[in-house]
Design a protein around this ligand. Structure first.
Ligand code: KG4
Ligand code: ZN
Length: 338
């Protein structure tokens, strides 16, 4: 059973973990969210600097927690794509330097492969291929997983990612950053049926609509228009109802298209991963819709939905055990499809 030290620095969380087989021996995350919240979103330059400051202590912490020394590790891994280039470089250079120093193999991991693997940190999945709905701040994808490392994308967002849409709508409603948890909290007392927002669709050149693709930019505009109309009227903005109605339509559209995709592709299980998978309304809709169609569903453990290094470690172990190694000169890429 292989043991790796993994680093994750693709955005605004600095994270380190030690994973052995499918067990997380130690994990630590230093969030920079409060600092970025002051600016209403992630500032790349600040993110890189904070990663540089945070990583040494995080690495020391996970080594101590796990009771392991560098000599006990089989490999060292880091996220190398996609993400903020400067931020990715901090994790990657740190991991490659440690690998060189301690004579260990290095593995560069794709961030989305990390998210896909995060579900394996929870309950075991049923046998056979399954459909993953990956919903994060940067991506909204429907991916068929045949086997570890064998991925087929069946659907995606053509514009904003679902999490990005949460963040933008939260800003519009004055709810701050990150938007997902803020909208979820504000929506608790809201009426999800008060406003009817559109379920964006993607037209096909031959007519009709793409059955599994998403479009969230129109939804964001529709919320903006509604806010502008309401602002011209007397009284305060019904933020709870707006947040609940927005959250409702996002959950509906994600669940409807995932279920249709799973049924038509003959897949029995839908797996929910990524930051937006933390959303309770989305989980509730997924649970009800899959039950109604006789499908199964799983979600990554809550702590591993948002960015973390344990999922990167798991993805690295799968590659390492299959003989995969990365060159010590491997670069980073801000954009890279899975
Ligand atoms: O996976 P993640 O941590 O980072 C990326 O790889 O992007 O996802 C972050 C995204 C943010 O857009 C955040 O607003 C969203 O996940 N998010 C949520 C919730 N928690 C985080 N969206 C909806 N509901 C939540 N509870
Ligand atoms: Zn992520």
């Amino acid at each position: 059973m292989s043991t790796v030290l993994a680093l994750e620095t693709s955005c605004d969380e600095s994270a380190a973990a030690i994973v052995s087989g499918r067990r997380v021996l130690a994990g630590a995350v230093a969030s920079q969210m409060e600092e970025h919240a002051r600016w209403g979103g992630v500032v790349p330059e600040i993110a890189s600097r904070r990663h540089v400051e945070a990583l040494p202590a995080l690495i020391a912490q996970v080594l101590e927690q796990s009771g392991l020394a560098m000599a006990d590790l089989d490999a060292i891994a880091a996220t190398v794509a996609p993400g903020l280039a400067g931020a990715l470089l901090v994790g990657s250079v740190t991991a490659r330097t440690l690998a060189r120093l301690h004579g260990k193999p290095f593995l560069g991991v794709h961030h989305l492969e990390g998210h896909l693997c995060s579900v394996h940190l929870g309950e075991p999945l049923p046998e056979g291929p399954y459909l993953v709905l990956l919903v994060s701040g940067g991506h909204t994808e429907l991916v068929k997983v045949e086997a570890p490392g064998s991925y087929l994308r069946l659907g995606r967002s053509r514009d904003d990612a679902a999490g990005e849409c949460f963040d933008k709508v939260a800003r519009l409603l004055g709810l701050g950053y990150p938007g997902g948890p803020a909208i979820e909290a504000a929506a608790l007392d809201g009426d999800p049926g008060r406003f009817r927002f559109p379920k964006g669709r993607v037209s096909l050149p031959q007519g009709g609509f793409h059955p599994y693709d998403f479009s969230f930019s129109g939804l964001k505009t529709a919320v903006l228009r509604q806010v502008q109309t309401l602002s011209r009227q007397a009284g305060s903005l019904p933020v709870a109802d707006l947040a609940a109605s927005f959250e409702e339509v996002v959950a509906e559209v994600l669940v409807e298209r995932s279920c249709r995709c799973a049924v038509e592709a003959g897949l029995q299980t839908i797996v929910l991963v990524g930051g937006v998978a933390a959303n309770r309304r989305l989980r509730r809709h997924m649970s009800e819709a899959t039950a109604a169609r006789g499908l199964g569903w799983r979600v990554a453990p809550l702590a591993y939905c948002t960015d973390n290094a344990a999922m990167v470690g798991l993805a690295a172990i799968e590659r390492f055990d299959a003989g995969g190694r990365s060159g010590i000169a491997l670069g980073v890429a801000a954009r890279l499809p899975l």
